[in-house]
Write a protein that binds this ligand. Sequence first.
Ligand SMILES: C[S@@+](CC[C@H](N)C(=O)[O-])C[C@H]1O[C@@H](n2cnc3c(N)ncnc32)[C@H](O)[C@@H]1O
Length: 260
Amino acid sequence: MTEINKDNGLPFISSFRVNTDLVWQMSRSEKYALIGLLEHLKPNCSVEIGTYQGGSLQVISEFSEKVYSIDISPEPKRTLQPLFDNVEFIVDQSVNVLHDLFKNIEEAGEKLNFVLVDGDHSRKGVHDDLKMILDYPHKNDLVILMHDSYNPQCRKGMKDIDYSSYDNIEYVELDYITGSFWHNGNNREMWGGLALIKVSGNQNTPTEVNESARNSFKVAQLHSIHIIKDKLRFLSPIKKRIYKKLKMRHKADKYFDFEK
Ligand SMILES: C[S@@+](CC[C@H](N)C(=O)[O-])C[C@H]1O[C@@H](n2cnc3c(N)ncnc32)[C@H](O)[C@@H]1O
């Protein structure tokens, strides 16, 4: 069997100078999409949910006047604050802060034009982030990018939204950029992909949810291990406790301790 490419985001060739010291958890196509989109949008103000090591933040910061980047872990703020002049780091769970943040942005006279959702990847986490963003009465045109729309749980969270109940949504596409199967050596898992939702100040007709890669998604899902793994999700807290007891490093520990 041929060896699986451990990083399908490299090499990366672009006029945007990527700082490769900042780990960027996106595929090559997602990186190009984020750069191209933001280069065009040039947001007055952007919000990022899920900072991690600043990979995506470097692009958002470059093309936005002001950025608020939220992470549940204190590590991004500690390590990245000195690198970004126009970024305010918020250490909290996104759903605790989003509503007041949108209100403060508006009161400060800033215009929110872009949000990247890449924080809690559970079905409920994705749904709650997106619902909180859509429920706010935004006054400006807004583009929302949701990472990992190819992951079955994240996708379900996105599909749990009743888009027809909003009259300001112009466009929804779950496969704006298609994700991949067996991505970066994640055994038979589906990750990546960018969903795009466009909110506009104008009233729009009820929105159709586009899934341009639906067939590819379904075929990959049949061959994936998610069907089993998602059913065993309830064991996750027990697994975490066992890891802690055995002083083993859990996969999610990397978000709270960048040094190791
Ligand atoms: C996949 S990483 C983000 C990757 C980054 N956007 C990039 O492209 O390189 C997810 C991040 O979300 C953070 N996170 C998880 N749950 C969160 C929540 N409920 N609120 C805010 N941040 C959260 C994690 O600590 C982690 O740093």
